[in-house]
Design a protein around this ligand. Structure first.
Ligand SMILES: NC(=O)c1ccc[n+]([C@@H]2O[C@H](COP(=O)([O-])OP(=O)(O)OC[C@H]3O[C@@H](n4cnc5c(N)ncnc54)[C@H](O)[C@@H]3O)[C@@H](O)[C@H]2O)c1
Ligand SMILES: O=P(O)(O)OC[C@H](O)CO
Length: 331
């Protein structure tokens, strides 16, 4: 995001956890660990001191993996000005609480109206090369959403606004689970038909979860839903998809994350989404299948067979009236 924000502001301060990363970014204007060929703009500086990073800022953009967002916000809370706006990029749903990331940030930082979430088909690998991308900025507060829309919009990036922050964030969390399923199918040698089935039934599954969380299922038709699902289920850059393929090849989640230094958000999301679904009686067959392979020791072939041998149903899309969310004959 630095490449999008830096033209619009005097200075961007990056917080990194290691002095090695901070030194490389300040001295060579490169991140030594991620997107190593990308040159940071001259007005980007780095620090490992969180208090220094947010001193006197108008806004903070948070992009930690979802599992660390609460801890990061807690550490940030006493340093960030009460009127500074906050944009959350992390995609996930907190285990146990089933809170979305903007809710976690608002709990720790206070004042939900200053918090927004950004989601969409946004692989950093392409954005930093200036390839055209778009996303949706969602907030319960229209001014906060408009603020970040103005901050991020530019010649190669189009930001839309939405007031359906729950729907937008829910799409971002659940699509990662579907991407793992697509990676598994691809690794098993399945073709384009299979991918299309998983994506289409995946968006219906996402719609049911969105509805259950009080979001608008029609948000699934937008950039945070269909847009992000397409990119994450098909792109060579997708970590969730490539982890699914690696899993079929015999690699574990820990080994994959250690090798790539990247987070696979679909794995923890499969746990929290399944917990939520069981609690609320929502049918999430793809999520349940992915979870069973990752955490219940179920063989991949068996999980696939389990999806295919379910009772034949009427085709529902997950976007019907919200009161259909709990009907049995919907998936
Ligand atoms: N990469 C993308 O294109 C993209 C796009 C949209 C949203 N996101 C979301 O942004 C979040 C981060 O993804 P990413 O691609 O930047 O990460 P990544 O997968 O490239 O790497 C994970 C990063 O998390 C850092 N990290 C590990 N423990 C941490 C901690 N305790 N506190 C803070 N940071 C820690 C690691 O140092 C590493 O740099 C995820 O929720 C992801 O879904 C990523
Ligand atoms: O496609 P993934 O699995 O790398 O996830 C990254 C982002 O969510 C894409 O917008």
């Amino acid at each position: 995001m630095t490449g999008l924000v830096s033209p619009a502001v005097d200075e961007v301060v990056l917080w990194a956890r290691t002095s090695q990363a901070v030194d490389a970014m300040n001295l060579e204007h490169r991140n030594p660990n991620h997107l190593v060929d990308y040159t940071l703009a001259p007005n980007v500086v780095a620090t490992s001191d969180l208090a220094v990073a947010v001193r006197d800022v108008d806004a903070a953009i948070l992009a930690t993996p979802s599992a660390y967002l609460r801890e990061t916000c807690r550490n940030l809370a006493s340093h960030l000005a009460k009127n500074a706006r906050v944009l959350v990029l992390s995609k996930g749903m907190e285990r146990g609480t089933h809170l979305l990331m903007h809710e976690v940030a608002a709990q720790e930082l206070g004042n939900p109206t200053r918090v927004a979430a950004l989601s969409g088909p946004n692989h950093a690998e392409e954005i930093c090369k200036g390839m055209v991308s778009a996303a949706v900025v969602a907030s319960e507060d229209a001014e906060t959403a408009a603020y970040f829309q103005g901050l991020l919009s530019g010649p190669t990036f189009r930001a839309y606004v939405s007031d359906d922050v729950r729907g937008v964030e829910c799409c971002g969390a659940v699509k990662n689970v579907v991407a793992i399923a697509c990676g598994i199918a691809s690794g098993m040698g399945m073709g384009d038909n299979t991918l299309a089935v998983l994506m289409t039934r995946g968006i219906a599954e996402i719609g049911r979860v969105v509805a259950a969380l009080g979001g608008n299922p029609m948000t699934c038709m937008g950039l945070a839903g269909m847009g992000d699902l397409v990119v994450t289920c098909t792109s060579e850059h997708s970590r969730n998809r490539s982890f699914g393929r690696a899993l079929v090849a015999g690699e574990t989640l820990d080994a994959y994350q250690a090798r790539t230094h990247m987070v696979v958000e679909g794995a923890p999301a499969s746990e929290s989404v399944l917990e939520l679904a069981q609690e609320r009686g929502i049918e999430v067959p793809i999520t349940a299948g992915v979870h069973s392979v990752l955490y219940e020791g179920r063989p991949i072939d068996e999980a696939m067979e389990g999806l295919l041998t379910r009772v034949p149903r009427t085709e529902f899309y997950g976007m019907e009236e919200r009161d259909t969310a709990s009907k049995e004959n919907q998936c």
